[in-house]
Design a protein around this ligand. Structure first.
Ligand code: UDX
Length: 472
């Protein structure tokens, strides 16, 4: 089939490449001429494992091409996938649909042939119906142009795998014809047995928001338990393992730590709650405000514990920060908890040296005032404290004995509960974590309890929704 993919960011670039990989003729479209030029030469401007290979292969074969022209796209496509971003509005915790609306307003007047517009971006319930009416007003082909929604669930870092072998496909359609077209698009996945849920557009739109709300709830639940563990002297990692063996609960998304960030979960749960409010059922999802607040609190808790480890203040201390991206295997620093913490301690006077395997360029664009270092040892040299803030595999492999040579203070806060605590401690490090007891300095004494209290802050409400780019 001839597909266009409009918007070639994390979602669109991966979708375009994977659709070409399964045999379709694909035209990627973007307003960013520089990005289109790079992609057209087979160069991928983002870090996403496996993507470069597929783009290289499909561009060389001619099945994947790129353009900035919506007119060319309108002439070319049987199906137009809309993959532009739907960020949080600058003035409210709701979804900014301007990019989606601009695509429809630009594309529809050029549509003179039978085709299907399929939205993949995350949008509030009711968007497909609104856009379908708009398309009918604008498209010369009239009723021959339909609109459907097909939410995307891919995770950054696993985007190629999640697109080629999704756990499910969800389509919200208004006709059998639209359903049939989408079955053809995804035929290789369907023949592999991927579950295919065909429903109305409102349900499809809600599935995405509900899924992200559930995942965020799971993470904030375990982070709330980590706070209770700190107060009780218990271990949240063992607690999560024990909970996870219950097949009704499951262990995934129960890793306590600095909390969730990125371009999706935080803004999606806010947009979901905002839309529920508009629909008159805000109270049904008011718990999402608490989920968001628990998440923001982990950033403040991390800063508080770090300050405590430095004896009460950051001024005059060198702090090594390991990790800038919102999660490993990504170069994405949007609403990154790690970068928010780095920015906050820098504002409190810390001399921050930040390392990240892939995210330094993006981090520097948000927080140019920090010092960026491409080598872990150099980042940690002479640091009074090391903060482990993003769970890159590279950091798990650090030899604590070797690092201690350049970091005589030997203090580390593992805000991702990912390091081997006993290994670090046996190399002489003072290691603290979120929701895990700190063993006594003198054997035989009681383990440290009440990290929150010892850090001097209780449950007082703090600043909510503090993304990294607002901490500068
Ligand atoms: C997420 C959803 O998983 C995906 O389905 C949706 O389409 C887009 O949003 P992504 O943003 O790539 O994908 O990140 P994800 O892997 O879900 O992680 C989100 C955040 O939660 C990260 O900051 C991660 O570090 C954090 N996290 C995840 C935890 O803190 N604990 C966990 O147990 C799991």
């Amino acid at each position: 089939m001839r597909l266009t993919v409009i918007g070639t960011g994390y979602l669109g670039a991966v979708h375009a490449a994977c659709m070409a990989e399964i045999g379709h003729e694909v035209l990627g479209v973007d307003v960013d001429a520089e990005k289109i030029a790079a992609l057209g030469e087979g160069r991928v401007p983002i870090y996403e494992p496996g993507l470069q290979e597929i783009v290289g292969r499909t561009v060389t074969s001619g099945r994947l091409r790129f353009t900035t022209s919506l007119s060319e796209a309108a002439e070319f496509g049987d199906v137009h996938f809309v993959c532009v971003n739907t960020p949080q509005r600058p003035d409210a915790p709701a979804c900014d649909l301007r990019a989606v609306d601009a695509v429809v307003d630009g594309l529809a007047p050029r549509l003179r042939r039978r085709c299907l517009i399929v939205g993949k971006s995350t949008v509030p319930a009711g968007t497909t119906a609104r856009l379908a009416a708009r398309v009918q007003e604008l498209a010369p082909a009239g009723a021959d142009v339909e609109v459907a929604w097909n939410p995307e669930f891919l995770r950054e870092g696993y985007a190629v795998r999640d697109t080629l072998r999704p756990e499910r496909l969800v389509v919200g359609v208004m006709s059998q014809r639209a359903d049939q077209i989408l079955r053809e698009v995804y035929a290789p996945m369907l023949s592999d047995g991927v579950p295919y849920i065909s429903t109305d557009p409102a349900t499809a739109e809600l599935v995405k928001g509900a899924a992200n709300s559930f995942l965020a709830t799971k993470i904030s639940f375990i982070n709330a338990m980590a706070e209770v563990c700190d107060a009780a002297g218990a271990d949240v990692t063992t607690l999560a393992d024990a909970l996870g063996y219950d097949s009704r609960i499951g262990r995934r998304f129960l890793s306590a730590g600095l909390g969730f960030g990125g371009g999706c979960l935080p803004k999606d749960i806010r947009a979901f709650a905002a839309r529920a409010g508009e629909l008159g059922v805000g109270c049904a999802v008011s718990f999402l405000d608490e989920i968001d607040e628990i998440n923001s609190r982990q950033r403040r808790r991390t800063v508080d514990i770090a300050r405590d480890m430095l004896g009460g203040g950051f001024a005059g201390h060198r702090v090594a920060v390991l990790g800038a991206t919102f999660k490993p295997d990504s170069d994405d620093v949007r609403d990154s908890p790690a970068l928010a913490v780095a920015g906050a301690i820098h504002r409190e006077g810390a001399d921050v040296r930040l390392h990240d395997p892939e995210g330094i360029d993006n981090a520097r664009a948000v927080l140019p005032q920090l010092e960026y270092v491409h080598d872990v040892e150099k980042a940690c040299a002479g640091a009074g404290l090391v903060l482990h803030l993003t769970d890159w595999a590279e950091y798990r492999r650090i030899d604590p004995a070797a690092l201690a040579v350049v970091t005589p203070a030997r203090k580390i806060l593992d805000a991702r509960n990912a390091l081997d605590a006993s290994l670090w401690r046996s190399a002489g490090w003072t290691l603290r974590a979120l929701g895990r007891p700190t063993p006594p300095a003198v054997p035989g004494q009681q383990a440290t309890v009440g990290q929150r209290a010892s850090a001097g802050r209780g449950c007082a409400p703090g600043q909510r929704h503090l993304p990294a780019d607002r901490t500068a």
